[in-house]
Ligand binder design. Structure first.
Ligand code: ADP
Ligand code: ZN
Length: 460
């Protein structure tokens, strides 16, 4: 274990400032160095020990897990170390729906102090129940997240994730409180008011979806607010997929460090994994969750570095522990050393979901691939929707993307050139021909929460 004490651990890194000049500019702050910098062998042992306990707890208290394990012929005693994880059955979102509301709770209802629910972007809502300890763990995960993005007690954290059943708002709120920051619980919506409060209070950190961060940034720019009026220096953006190109766009618009943050209601909420200022993948709070990558078809574990479906097992959760939860999110894992000093493994950006992947004429297409083309093209704004249809039994893809104000007032011939360029880029990146429709600025509906990027009109 590294010899750092709580909240004291810091490492300086070299990075480029906005003008590209190499300088030593920032410190890596670590909330819980004992866990975040733990020796990986020690971590494996800790994870194994905790796994044994959580499996026994769920087997004894949750009928569904007991039935599934009995059917597979696995008893809690068969789980002796982390290597035995693969013996356990998977859990799916449908299980949470079927067991709604309390079927998966592993403690009496009187021990549950909070209910949170999924935003329901992928169907009917599901709920999760937290004991006080579960809430404390989740809060620490978010405290780690905000600290990793450079946050501390001097910060003013504007939370514009929705408050309510959705975990985003309260999760960020609790974490910001834990690091002693000043929390501004704005919740989502009312962009003008968000911007007014941001200026008046001098908010230094922002928590919202990356699509809303983009919208806020563009609105601030379009309102002509001078950059010195905005004191933001970092943001934790997640709850939906985004790209490296989108990061750059947000960083330039808002003059901040934009860090990715990942989580899901089933496991805890935001903060399950989080980027440090090295911005090279999200550290997973592995003392509380075990991450695996599996082949979504064969369901076999895949090695670090190979893309596949992310699967989580909660390691310390009491209220609603989850064993081998199939997230359907696609990414890769790495345990290579990070510049920040944390040893916790990192997951890459989510490059798609097994259920969000669109198959067009047999080709697998992820919205993120198209986004990377659009964000990298000047003349268009990163606001788009993909419309999939079937005409004469052949799939069609239309990419509707907004023109920038400057391009909108440009000549028709330039616009035609731009269309061809985008269509050519999409062909080379994704391998299929798409119809590109350039639409007027601000004509695609903005989202204050998760953006809806795909409209599939095929009746599949
Ligand atoms: P749902 O959206 O299914 O209603 P949640 O609100 O709990 O449920 O969201 C969890 C899902 O949101 C994750 O499984 C993942 O698909 C997506 N998500 C969360 N954070 C990120 C992120 N940083 N990058 C990409 N996707 C994310
Ligand atoms: Zn790091």
């Amino acid at each position: 274990m590294l010899g750092c004490t709580k909240l004291m651990c810091s490492l300086f890194i070299f990075s480029k400032n906005r003008k590209g000049v190499l300088n030593m500019q920032r410190e890596h702050k670590i909330y819980n160095p004992e866990m975040e910098c733990i020796d990986r062998e020690e971590l494996r042992k800790l994870q194994g020990d905790r796994l044994k306990k959580v499996v026994k707890h769920t087997y004894d208290h949750v009928a569904l897990y007991r039935e599934r394990m009995d059917k597979k012929g696995v008893k809690p005693e068969d789980i002796r170390s982390l290597d035995d994880l693969k013996l356990l059955p998977f859990t799916e979102k449908t299980d949470l729906r079927d067991q709604f509301p309390f079927g998966l709770f592993a403690v009496p209802k009187s021990e549950i102090v909070r209910i949170q629910g999924s935003s329901g972007t992928t169907g009917k809502p599901i709920v999760s129940g937290y004991t006080q300890n579960d809430l404390d763990v989740w809060t620490e995960m978010m405290a780690r997240t905000l600290t990793a993005a450079g946050g501390g007690k001097d910060d003013i954290v504007q939370v514009c994730y929705g408050y309510g059943l959705f975990t985003g708002g309260l999760g960020a709120h609790q974490g910001a409180g834990k690091i002693g920051a000043m929390v501004v619980p704005m919740s989502s919506g009312n962009t003008q008011r968000q911007i007014m409060m941001m200026q008046e209070l001098g908010s230094t950190m922002l928590c919202c979806t990356p699509s809303y961060a983009t919208y806020l940034g563009e609105t601030i720019r379009d309102m002509g607010i001078p950059p010195e009026k905005i004191k933001l220096r970092a943001g934790c953006f997640g709850a939906e997929p985004w790209t490296e190109e989108m990061r750059q766009h947000i960083e330039e618009l808002l003059h901040i460090d934009a860090c990715d943050i990942y989580g899901l209601t089933e496991i805890a909420g935001p903060g399950v994994s989080y980027e440090c200022l090295a911005k090279n993948g999200m550290h997973i709070s592995e003392d509380h969750v075990i991450a695996e990558i599996i082949d979504p078809v064969t369901e076999k574990q895949l090695p670090y570095g190979t893309p596949g479906e992310l699967v989580f097992t909660t390691n310390t959760k009491e209220g609603m522990p989850i064993i081998r939860y199939r997230t359907h999110d696609i990414c890769t894992l790495t345990d290579e050393k990070c510049a920040c000093g944390r040893t916790l493994a990192r997951m890459s950006r989510i490059t798609g979901r097994t259920d969000d992947m669109i198959v067009i004429r047999g080709v697998n297409v992820f919205p993120s691939q198209i986004e990377s083309v659009l964000v990298g093209t000047s003349g268009v704004a990163p606001h788009y929707v993909l419309v999939v249809d079937r005409v004469n039994s052949s799939d069609t893809l239309e990419v509707k993307v907004e023109l920038t104000e400057e391009m909108f007032s440009d000549t028709v011939s330039h616009i035609e050139e731009l269309k061809d360029a985008i269509s050519g880029q999409i062909k080379s990146v994704v391998g299929i021909q798409a119809k590109v429709s350039l639409v007027p600025p601000k004509s695609i509906p903005r989202s204050e929460g998760k953006a809806k990027r795909v409209i599939d009109n095929r009746k599949l």
